[in-house]
Write a protein that binds this ligand. Structure first.
Ligand SMILES: *Cc1c(COP(=O)(O)O)cnc(C)c1O
Length: 356
């Protein structure tokens, strides 16, 4: 520990970030998330060194906070009064929180009816102005890009096309290397708009270039089968998956993501909703780690590759769990709500209900 842990990313990794003397020291305590060796889940897949990076432990419950703290700090430095984003949910929760903490106007444009309830409530509670549009994420992103480019009403775009987002998100790769004392052999990650896979690759690359680590991991990214444009090689006009955070048909960082895949000798593949839900349940039941469905795509993908012999039993694997399971109570209820056992309030009745 170097005394900066818990004080946020700008304090801990400032020398690796595009900060100046004029950048405000913004923090909600983001970063420093746990890297957990998941022995039981790993054993089920025949992997001895499977770890998960629990990004749901960030202040608003997802990795988006890493990029947002830098993007909002830089927006303030540049004199912005307002920030805007499109979102499948977590970007809006994060923008709303960091904007509230900075006294900025926050506008979020969301696909109507397609946001997990916890994320929507986070944005509303933090005072963001929420506009629900009758289109999908890709259409919402096109709208906010147009608004941010128009000088009539100045506002700063804080989607991952903002390079400060990627700069902040690369710190997760630094933390993994700092915790392990080396880079992993494989880095497994869900892919939606594809900013995060690029951010991790940038982080591993910077650490390797600086000589902090000797090698870089193979990047293995996973899209949901109903929203897998990079795997299919063409845009998906009507992306569909239970994993709403990666329900994206035209990723903004598409070509950078395929470059990261190819440079690293990795792969970007698709996993089905059934595989995602199975991994989501297994993480909770075998490890006590409750992530959101999109996050479990990384574990579903690792399971598939391990079963196919594409990951060796001793490989050092890190799977990124991008967001907290509490954000999406509806999916959790559909997955496990029927497990409640009802009983009269007596010891004998409860014992009988348990079959004791
Ligand atoms: C944003 C998000 C993703 C996708 O990240 P991209 O950078 O868009 O590829 C995955 N999981 C969760 C929980 C997210 O919030």
């Amino acid at each position: 520990m170097d005394g900066t842990v818990g004080r946020g990313l700008l304090a801990r990794y400032g020398s690796w970030l595009p900060l100046t003397a004029a950048t405000p020291a913004l923090s909600l305590g983001e970063g420093g998330t746990p890297l957990v060796h998941v022995r039981r889940l790993g054993a089920q897949m025949g992997l001895r060194n499977l770890h998960v990076k629990v990004e749901g432990m960030n202040p608003t419950g997802s990795f988006k906070d890493r990029g947002m703290v830098v993007a909002v700090a830089k927006a303030i430095e540049a004199g912005a009064q307002s920030v805007i984003c499109a979102s499948t949910g977590n970007t809006s929760a994060s923008a709303a929180a960091y904007g509230a903490a900075s006294g900025l106007e926050v506008v979020v444009v969301l696909p109507k009816g397609a946001i997990a309830v916890g994320k929507l409530l986070q944005a509303l509670m933090a005072g963001a102005r929420v506009v629900a549009v009758d289109g999908n994420f890709d259409e919402a992103l096109a709208v906010v890009r147009e608004m941010a480019a128009d000088d009539d009403h100045p506002t700063t775009l804080v989607n991952s096309v903002n390079p400060h987002r990627i700069a902040g998100q690369k710190t997760a790769a630094f933390e993994i290397c700092d915790d392990l004392g080396r880079a992993p052999d494989f880095l497994a990650i869900p892919v939606g708009n594809a900013g995060n896979i690029c951010a991790y690759w940038a982080g591993f690359t910077e650490y390797a270039m600086a000589g902090v680590v000797e090698q870089r991991p193979r990047m293995i990214g996973f899209q949901a089968a109903g929203a897998a444009p990079i795997v299919l090689g063409h845009r998906v006009d009507h992306p569909e998956t239970i994993a709403s955070a990666i329900r994206i048909g035209n990723p903004a960082s598409w070509s950078l993501a395929t470059a990261a895949r190819d440079e690293s000798g990795g792969t970007i593949d698709a996993v089905t909703d059934d595989e995602i839900i199975a991994a989501y349940q297994d993480l909770a039941r075998s490890e006590g780690i409750f992530c959101e469905p999109s996050s479990a795509a990384s574990i579903a993908g690792v399971r598939r590759m391990a079963a196919a012999g594409e990951i060796e039993p001793d490989a050092l694997v890190v799977a990124v769990l991008t967001g907290n399971g509490l954000k999406d109570p509806n999916t959790a209820e559909r997955s496990a709500g029927d497990r409640i056992i009802e009983s009269r309030a007596t010891m004998d009745a409860v014992r009988a209900a348990l079959g004791w």
